[in-house]
Design a protein around this ligand. Structure first.
Ligand code: 5GP
Length: 175
């Protein structure tokens, strides 16, 4: 039988909460009168989005997309796919993409390109965590949460083979 994976806390729930509050203040400042559409990337962003929107006290809408670049396991397959299912109107709207993590940047570049072609009024990008060391191309991050080292992290929505999304802290999965 496999031994239990070892987890070590990287960011506590309090550090995460402080970061979400900071990002919410920045977003509120920019979107107060814009009725933006926040587009969260499933599944990992669901906890972050839920905490974020409850700190945004102005009109906004929420959409979800499902993308995958990871098969099972911890290495990116390098290609990004979008699950079928239409997003509501993008054209002319102020769009804010909400991500849990940006790693190579392939997922975000794909989604931002997809959205840009649908002619939004504006398009910005928010990520809770940023693993900059592994970036394979430039992605402009408008709202950046926490810098993470080149380790595989889980918790606060992030999984490994569907486990650990429910951890309240962000932890490094020691391989
Ligand atoms: P990218 O396309 O930027 O390489 O990867 C983005 C996606 O890969 C994220 O939305 C997430 O699903 C997954 N990912 C990248 N790094 C990690 C990590 O350290 N932990 C977890 N759980 N997922 C990651």
């Amino acid at each position: 039988m496999d031994s239990e994976p070892k987890l070590s806390v990287l960011f506590t729930r309090d550090e995460i909460a402080a970061t979400v509050s900071r990002l919410a203040a920045e977003i509120r400042h920019d979107y107060l009168d814009k009725n933006p559409v926040l587009i969260a990337v499933l599944k990992g962003s669901f906890v972050f989005l839920a905490d974020l929107v409850r700190q945004l006290d102005f009109p906004l809408e929420v959409e979800f997309v499902r993308l995958s670049s990871y098969g099972r396991g911890t290495e990116s397959s390098g290609t990004v796919k979008m699950a079928p299912g239409a997003l509501s109107q993008i054209k002319g709207r102020h769009i804010l993409v909400v991500e849990d993590i940006i790693d190579t940047g392939l997922t975000s570049a794909f989604l931002l390109d997809y959205l840009r072609r649908r002619k939004p009024a504006s398009l910005k990008f928010c990520t809770l965590t940023d693993k900059a060391a592994r970036r394979r191309g430039p992605v402009n991050i408008d709202y950046r949460g926490l810098a993470v080292p080149d380790k595989f992290i889980v918790g606060y929505g992030l999984d490994c083979d569907e486990r650990f999304r429910n951890l309240p802290d962000i932890c490094v999965l020691e391989q």
